[in-house]
Ligand binder design. Structure first.
Ligand code: HEC
Length: 213
């Protein structure tokens, strides 16, 4: 992974989350269903937040004790940010892995491109909304992250990556709905930036062989 590149990508997301977190922790403080802490994320009403806490709790029940312990140790801010991301997703799978979900996401990205380059704004908009509301894998995102990535520092960048991908997918869909193919096409690059940035931090090169010297 190129540290240089990922740093460049992380500047905005991190400052944005710090700002959001500072504002929210100041404004809201409500009891959480787990770990005795929590606050309402920006734009999240109480009912949604309680629902998200339930989702996080059920995800945690699926985790092995060492991951459970890591997740419990995350700061209130990180948990809030995770709940915020969760709250934008209505599709959850009971068996899919993150890799499988990523393949779906890639297919949707390709379908957006097909729609845009073939004057089919309807295809582009539908695929973009599907991408933004991609399925969540079994147990949520965290079980598929490396052990060393489950901490406040590393996870702080998630919010920014999420907005780069999903925020811009929704912006793309809105532009395509209006028939603004040119504007919609500009968002393709921003979405790809989000894919690349997240992979640089949380993924690295796929399929590296351990049978090579
Ligand atoms: C929140 C961070 C994040 C974002 C944003 C993200 N990915 Fe991923 N992606 C991952 C992680 C983590 C993996 C590795 C998962 C694993 O191996 O279990 C991955 C793996 C993949 C894979 C490889 C799957 C395999 O079989 O190894 C593809 C393809 C992929 N992502 C496509 C995309 C595309 C396209 C986008 C943007 C539209 C995107 N990803 C955005 C985190 C992200």
């Amino acid at each position: 992974m190129s540290l240089h590149a990922s740093k460049k990508f992380m500047i905005h997301p991190v400052s944005r989350i710090i700002k959001a977190v500072a504002i929210t922790s100041f404004l809201f403080s409500v009891p959480s269903a787990y770990a005795n802490e929590g606050a309402r994320a920006p734009g999240m009403d109480k009912a949604t937040m309680m629902k998200m806490q339930k989702v996080m709790k059920s995800d945690m029940a699926l985790m092995k004790p060492d991951l459970q312990k890591q997740v419990k140790g995350l700061s209130k801010q990180t948990k809030m940010a995770l709940m915020n991301i969760l709250s934008t997703h209505t599709r959850r799978s009971k068996q899919l892995t993150l890799r499988q979900v990523m393949h779906e996401v890639l297919s949707d990205y390709q379908s957006i491109t097909t729609g845009l380059v073939t004057d089919n704004n309807e295809q582009a908009a539908d695929a973009a909304r599907r991408l933004a509301n991609h399925r969540l894998p079994l147990g949520g995102l965290l079980p598929y992250m490396a052990k060393g990535d489950i901490n406040d520092d590393r996870l702080a960048s998630l919010v920014g990556f999420n907005d780069l991908v999903e925020g811009n997918a929704l912006r793309l869909a809105a532009a395509a709905d209006k028939g603004n193919t040119g504007e919609a096409t500009m968002y393709l690059g921003k979405i790809a930036e989000g894919c690349v940035a997240c992979h640089q931090v949380f993924r690295g090169q796929p399929g590296v062989s351990n049978r090579l010297r």
